[in-house]
Write a protein that binds this ligand. Structure first.
Ligand SMILES: C[S@@+](CC[C@H](N)C(=O)[O-])C[C@H]1O[C@@H](n2cnc3c(N)ncnc32)[C@H](O)[C@@H]1O
Length: 253
């Protein structure tokens, strides 16, 4: 494998480098590159290989430690916010960075917001910073996500974000009606939409992440919009396989 192909697969997260493990390679094949990264970039203290999977309810990815300190917790910077996180214990994807900003920019002063699947807090905390909402109820089922969210609320001084631990499909009934619901769990979009529409005020907005299966030649955004006719915007977030996509829809109720 050419070294340029490896360099394209490297992500820097705080002081840690993560290399996407190429298909058919083992993480040990990447050791030479990992050591080269550490030699050339002195601020990189640890190098990990990332498998392509996302598993379980917490949507975790498997990683393999290749070189440097055996540490997977770090401080990650995104759109001017700081996030303490351990990528082996919480869902983490830089692919969502664009969506964090796109959604946060729509949040208005004084709004009430629910984030059903908040993770370590990137949608909620950036929304609180940019939009000055009254409150962002932020739920997650993974105790580590809840823990990192608490830390991140403090790190960013966004005390209008309220971390809530538990199953969003139950905890959502503990909070009031809101102006906006953020629902970033594409695999459960139908169930999530059902609870979101019960909690959003008339005229409010739901940012619904959807998984769609398409046939050759079909437009995944159009297919997703067919199922949710109240959607006024849609875009592809990522392709999961040649026929399966994650789409985000903005829906006005
Ligand atoms: C795709 S991740 C999104 C995380 C975060 N919003 C981000 O942008 O990084 C989905 C999150 O939903 C959480 N989750 C899955 N099922 C849940 C449920 N029933 N109730 C609450 N959280 C849940 C997972 O633990 C995970 O953190």
């Amino acid at each position: 494998m050419k070294s340029t192909e490896i360099w394209k697969r490297i992500e820097i997260v705080g002081d840690i480098a993560i290399i996407g493990i190429p298909f058919g390679k083992s993480p040990e094949d990447l050791r030479e590159y990992a050591e080269e990264i550490m030699r050339e970039h002195k601020y990189v203290k640890s190098v990990w290989g990332r498998y392509r999977n996302t598993r379980g309810e917490y949507r975790l990815t498997d990683y393999y430690h290749i070189a440097g300190e055996k540490r997977s917790a770090t401080i990650y910077k995104e759109h001017g916010c700081l996030y303490y996180l351990d990528f082996t214990r919480v869902f983490f994807s830089q692919t969502l960075s664009y969506e964090h900003l796109r959604v946060a920019k729509q949040v208005k002063k004084g709004e009430k917001v629910i984030n059903l699947f908040a993770g370590f807090g990137p949608f909620s905390i950036l929304s609180a910073k940019l939009g000055d909402p009254e409150v962002v109820y932020s739920i997650d089922l993974n105790p580590y996500a809840y823990y990192f969210m608490l830390v991140n609320v403090n790190l960013n001084r966004t005390y209008n974000v309220i971390p809530m631990y538990g199953d969003a499909f139950k905890r959502v009934y503990d909070v009031e009606e809101v102006d906006r619901v953020i629902s970033p769990l594409p695999e459960k979009h139908r169930e999530a939409y059902e609870v979101a529409r019960q909690k959003v005020k008339k005229g409010g907005v739901i940012h619904l992440f959807v998984e769609v299966e398409v046939k050759k030649g079909q437009d995944p955004v159009k297919e997703a919009m067919k199922e949710y006719p109240k959607a006024f915007f849609g875009r592809v977030v990522r392709s999961v396989s040649p026929s399966r996509y994650h789409i985000v829809l903005d829906i006005r109720e």
